[in-house]
Write a protein that binds this ligand. Structure first.
Ligand code: GDP
Length: 394
């Protein structure tokens, strides 16, 4: 697919920056236009791959913001996004809409600018353009506390509603035990970029040999057309230099109709990789069987791809998800160092992590209300004399 990508807030902008870096590193092409939007100028200045002219500072005239961010307040994030919408639309005016397959709005949901702004922007894009608007929403870790989970649970409701499909990424599932917070984010952002680009850029040719079973971007669009929330699985196996040489030799034989044992080996390898992907860490943990549609992309050097492996994997996933809407295709990349399997599980409805987030949010909201009430009576008590002998000045 070709997408216009908009990063909202700090996490949204950083992840967008990583998408561009991953593209540049692997020669893939997914992002045809890019915009990073934030209300904190220092964070915007730290990006490396988003060109300066594609960065937009929100809320400069808002007294509470003034270039310093929304302070973790999603209502303020939504307000400044609405107030500066004309400027955002102007910045997106140049997008060659006829060349893109959709929009992707990326945001961390636990803060202010992304949490509040991403749903407002996604809704507006849906009103203006016919192309689908996808979201990538980052769920805060449980240890970030009640306020972050409350922001995220509120944002999730509006973001899912405003997008054609919201791909979820759970920071909890990706937190390392030994990393510092920023090193951990760097690592997870890279893993996130790897999954998103490998999945969504499939079918965008880079001059590699095209296979008969190549993934088409319309299949990806169809899988995402369910709406709801989606999660992504990934696994890869490195290809040794010697194996690569051997395979390319065998590949030449196979064109002459004698692949023999190796085709079976390749099919087993592909199938094993897909199983491993689905059974390992998803971007957001979810019950695989609850997916409405799913899609497999196998990416790697053409001589490592296997039509039989693809079909076997598709059948297996069809059984696991219980959905006849299971597609599979490959994405040949000459000279790739690894064989990778990426699986999109679209419209998963059984997502315990989101239930837990909502619980944490409800508790946080109750505590906030209770504390506000207690504080009011404590102030009242503080400023009023004990026996009520004094009259306030009116
Ligand atoms: P905003 O600028 O007001 O939207 O807030 P931030 O983007 O700084 O933070 C919002 C949430 O995003 C936080 O609560 C974290 O859960 C998450 N977050 C912040 N930075 C990163 C990052 O670099 N990577 C990931 N995966 N999550 C992040």
């Amino acid at each position: 697919m070709k997408l216009a990508v908009v990063g909202m807030g700090n996490a949204g902008s950083k992840v967008t920056d990583r998408l561009l870096e991953f593209e540049a590193d692997t020669g893939r092409s997914l992002v045809s236009s890019v915009l990073a939007i934030n209300s904190a100028s220092v964070d915007l200045a730290r990006l490396s791959y988003v060109p300066s002219e594609n960065r937009l500072l929100l809320g400069q005239t808002n007294q509470k913001v003034k270039g310093h961010g929304a302070g973790g307040d999603p209502d303020l994030g939504a307000t400044v996004t609405r107030a500066d919408m004309a400027e955002i639309e102007r910045a997106m005016d140049g997008i060659p809409v006829h060349e893109i397959d959709g929009f992707l709005v990326v945001a961390g949901l636990g803060g202010g600018t992304g949490s509040g702004g991403a749903p407002v922007l996604a809704r507006r894009l849906g009103e203006i353009y016919d192309e689908p608007v996808f979201g990538l929403g980052i769920i805060p870790g449980t240890d970030e506390g009640g306020r972050a989970s409350l922001n995220a649970a509120r944002s999730l409701q509006s973001f899912a509603d405003a997008t054609d499909n919201l791909i979820a990424f759970d920071n909890d599932a990706w937190r390392g035990t030994t990393d510092s917070l920023s090193a951990g984010y760097e690592r997870t952002n890279w893993e996130l970029a790897r999954r998103m680009v490998t999945l969504l850029a499939a079918g965008e040719m880079d001059g590699s040999r095209i296979s008969e079973t190549a993934m088409d971007s319309s299949d990806i669009r169809r899988t995402l057309a369910t709406g709801g929330i989606s999660t992504v699985a990934y696994s890869e196996a490195p290809i040794e230099e010697s194996t690569r040489e051997q395979r390319s030799l065998l590949g030449r034989f196979s064109m002459n109709g004698d692949a023999g044992q190796s085709e079976g080996e390749l099919a087993t390898k592909v199938h094993g990789l897909v199983r491993k992907a689905v059974q390992s860490r998803l971007t957001c943990p979810a019950e695989v069987a609850s997916a409405e549609r799913s899609l497999i992309v196998i990416s790697g050097p053409p001589e490592e791809l296997s039509r039989k492996g693809l079909e076997r994997s598709r059948k297996w996933l069809e059984e696991v998800t219980g959905s006849a809407e299971t597609m599979a295709g490959d994405d040949p990349r000459d000279g790739a160092q690894a064989l990778s399997a990426v699986v999109l599980l679209s419209n998963v409805t059984d997502v315990p992590r989101i239930d837990a987030l909502q619980q944490q949010a409800v508790t946080a909201q109750e505590n906030i209300d209770e504390q506000a009430h207690d504080r009011e009576s404590e102030i009242e008590e503080l400023v009023t004399d004990e026996r009520g002998d004094l009259d306030p000045i009116t």
